[in-house]
Design a protein around this ligand. Structure first.
Ligand SMILES: Cc1ncc(COP(=O)(O)O)c(C=O)c1O
Length: 400
């Protein structure tokens, strides 16, 4: 049967692969960051990022406050990877006297907790990797009325679990605490609704679901976040910020600029990626990710593989799968890269060598995924697994 894909199969959950159009977008001639040409880039970046965040649309026109919409949310571009944006959100908003609850079930949530420890008073509710949060426990902890924030990693890339954000949002609202999301591998790939969830801040990284370059990120912040940030920054004991001063960044964003020399070519590259996102349409992109992830989940489970994350909260942008044999798992992964030009990522920390993770984000197509799955099966056969032969295994049927 004809296969629609013959090249590299790239299923790393970020950085995702960059299309030729994005590479062209990156390769723009030098411009200064105070020029009208650059303001045009920033206005378009702001306007299109609002679509990634599912915020009220604005404009992509220069001088029209593209960063701020009717819903009261503003987007701000950050020169730095997602971690920088997350640090910006936490450091500007919370002081050492604020109490923030951080429930976690994987590596990136744990990083949120670690980061918060630098700036605020944290209660880290450290859960088992891949298990859903105990919402009752979160509700009960917040009910003592002493907390200011609930910060989560929305889509836990290390374990392939998506938190129940609507329910967490409801709990945060009930207790009047700020709801902050690391949406680094959810925004642009999964339904994320900052306004509906009354989230104070959501972070996205360029290199993940928006299929843009790495080293650039953005935040979406609400009016309430802005007011509370200003109050916090006026306090004598607020955390020192300079490069990541969000008040300055917000002011400059209103003029289609950034406070410091930004990663100019990453901005032009990201704009190109977001044009592709908008051509596809954000909801269609969410659907594509969902259908690819479902296919991966169904195919591997039907072949007898076990998935890592709790069943009802499996992510549509990354799937974590147990190796049938932990002993040769990582060797399989290297072999896949070298011999089959097919790239997946391994597990982190204590699950290193026990799981592999398949990304279904960015611009990965059905054809690429079908071909990649065929190659992975071939790889597992090569390593001695007893799997149905090609003729009997209709990989395509999982992706219809
Ligand atoms: C959910 C999540 N949060 C944070 C990060 C860190 O982002 P960055 O490496 O862009 O700083 C990652 C990276 O994979 C991630 O997946």
């Amino acid at each position: 049967m004809a296969i629609g894909w013959s090249g590299t199969c790239w299923f790393i959950p970020g950085p995702t692969w960059l299309t030729p159009t994005v590479l062209e977008g990156l390769a723009q001639p030098t411009m200064t960051h105070r020029s009208p040409e650059f303001k045009v880039v920033m206005a378009e970046l702001h306007g299109r990022l609002r679509h990634s965040f599912a915020l009220s649309p604005t404009t992509t026109e220069i001088g029209q406050q593209a960063q701020e919409g009717e819903d009261g949310y503003s987007v701000v571009v950050v020169s730095g990877s997602g971690t920088a944006a997350m640090e910006m959100v936490i450091a500007n908003r919370f002081g050492p006297d604020d109490r923030v609850l951080v429930p976690t079930n994987g590596k990136f949530g744990e990083r949120v907790a670690q980061m918060c420890e630098n700036f605020t008073c944290v209660t880290h509710l450290k859960g088992e990797w891949g298990r859903a949060f105990d919402l009752g426990e979160i509700d009960s902890i917040l009910s003592n009325g002493t907390f200011d924030g609930l910060a989560i990693c929305h889509n836990e890339t290390s374990t392939g679990i998506t938190q129940d954000a609507p329910e967490l949002a409801r709990i945060a609202e009930k207790h009047g605490v700020s709801f902050i999301l690391d949406g680094i591998t959810s925004v642009g790939g999964l339904p994320v609704y900052p306004a509906e969830w009354k989230a104070e801040a959501v972070v996205v990284g360029g290199q993940k679901c928006t299929a843009g370059p790495s080293g650039i990120s953005a935040v979406a912040i609400s009016e309430s976040y802005i007011q509370k940030m200003i109050k916090n920054r006026e306090k004598e004991n607020s955390s020192p910020v300079y490069y990541l001063d969000l008040i300055q960044a917000l002011k400059k964003a209103a003029d289609d600029q950034t406070p410091w020399t930004p990663s100019i070519n990453l901005c032009t590259g990201w704009v190109a990626a977001l044009r592709e996102q908008d051509e596809e349409g954000i909801e269609k992109r969410w659907k594509r990710c969902e259908s690819l992830a479902k296919g991966v989940r169904n195919m591997f489970t039907s072949l007898g593989f076990e998935l890592f994350a709790d069943e009802n909260q499996r992510s549509n942008t990354v799937t974590a799968i147990f190796y049938p044999e932990p002993d040769w798992g990582e060797e399989w992964r290297r072999w896949m890269a070298v011999e089959k030009d097919t790239h997946v990522i391994g597990g982190q920390d204590h699950v290193k060598g026990r799981i592999f993770r398949v990304g279904t984000m960015g611009v990965t197509s059905r054809e690429e995924m079908i071909e990649g799955c065929r190659r992975m099966i071939e790889g597992f056969r090569h390593f001695g697994m007893d799997l149905p032969p090609h003729d009997y295994l209709d990989v395509e049927s999982y992706f219809r």
